[in-house]
Design a protein around this ligand. Structure first.
Ligand code: AMP
Ligand code: MG
Length: 270
């Protein structure tokens, strides 16, 4: 069953045509089939991740991008949180610091890509350098427009060297973002998440959607595809992300390595 939307290389995605409220064949949050599928996928994901780690051969880089409140942290908590800490990292990219700004924009991303055996999740990424940088005009067009090609080449290199790259955009509607921002203000235990800076970004919603559309058209490749996850419903979002990751790892088919000792010949001393 098709849950999320994979962007075919060179294809144009009309975000406006994708309904962020999607829930596929499920009734809703309490649909037992959805709960069952998520539980099964999370279990399988844990098993596959352990195999990947045991192999110590290949790596996986998952890029998470989204507008504010779309649920990057929710995905990290619900889907990534249950994984074994061994071999799993989460890296959050904020506005670059002085040291980062003194280097090229890919430097900080490359420094945090996974080791062989590991799965690394980027909470924001090098894509901010063609998104927020473009929308806020932090660099001239002559600078950022060259970056699509750099990024494709960078990710191709990672793939050639054993790191599978998958990119996920959590797509919420502008109305849903309004509800979530209001909720942050209304609920005392969520107020700390409210950032007035997010309102500035919200005002530029359409510019961000246009910038994302160009990112998908220019950087979704067969080896490092973009997925659009319809994310107004948190339970459906988690289900889709888990499915994408399980399918990716099933395709990689990691196996426990042969061990150097014959278990029948080893005697554990008393
Ligand atoms: P948060 O939403 O709390 O993760 O905030 C991170 C902020 O850092 C976001 O507003 C991003 O737009 C910003 N940010 C991340 N990467 C960059 C970048 N390369 N240049 C400028 N701002 C960035
Ligand atoms: Mg924020």
């Amino acid at each position: 069953m098709k849950l999320a939307h994979r962007v075919e290389p060179g294809a144009t995605v009309q975000l406006a045509d994708l309904d962020p409220d999607a829930k596929a064949r499920f009734d809703g949050k309490d649909d037992a089939r959805a709960e069952k599928q998520l539980a099964a996928d999370l279990g399988r994901l844990g098993e596959l991740q352990e195999r990947l780690y045991s192999e110590q051969q290949r790596a996986v880089l998952v890029v998470l991008q989204a507008m504010d409140t779309a649920g990057k942290d929710g995905v990290l908590r619900k889907v990534v949180g249950p994984l074994d800490n061994r071999g799993v990292q989460v890296v959050s990219f904020k506005a670059p610091n002085a040291e980062e700004l003194a280097h090229d924009y890919l430097w900080r991303a490359h420094a945090r890509t996974p080791r062989r055996g590991d799965m690394t999740f980027f909470n924001r990424s090098h894509y901010e350098d063609v998104l927020v940088v473009r929308v806020l005009g932090l660099k001239p067009k002559a600078v950022w427009k060259k970056r699509f090609d750099h990024i494709v080449a960078f990710e191709r290199m990672l793939g050639d060297e054993g790191t599978r790259v998958v990119k996920i955009f959590l797509h919420i509607s502008k109305d849903e973002q309004k509800r979530r921002l209001e909720e942050r203000l209304d609920e005392p235990d969520k107020r700390w998440k409210f950032d007035v800076h997010d309102l500035e970004m919200r005002r530029r919603w359409d510019d961000f959607m246009a910038a994302y559309a160009e990112v998908f058209a220019r950087t979704s490749t067969a080896e490092a595809p973009w997925w659009v996850v319809l994310a107004n419903r948190k339970w459906y979002r988690d289900l889709c992300v888990a499915r994408i990751l399980v399918e990716l790892l099933e395709e990689m088919a990691p196996k426990y390595p042969a061990i150097a000792v014959d278990p029948k010949k080893v005697v554990i001393p008393d």
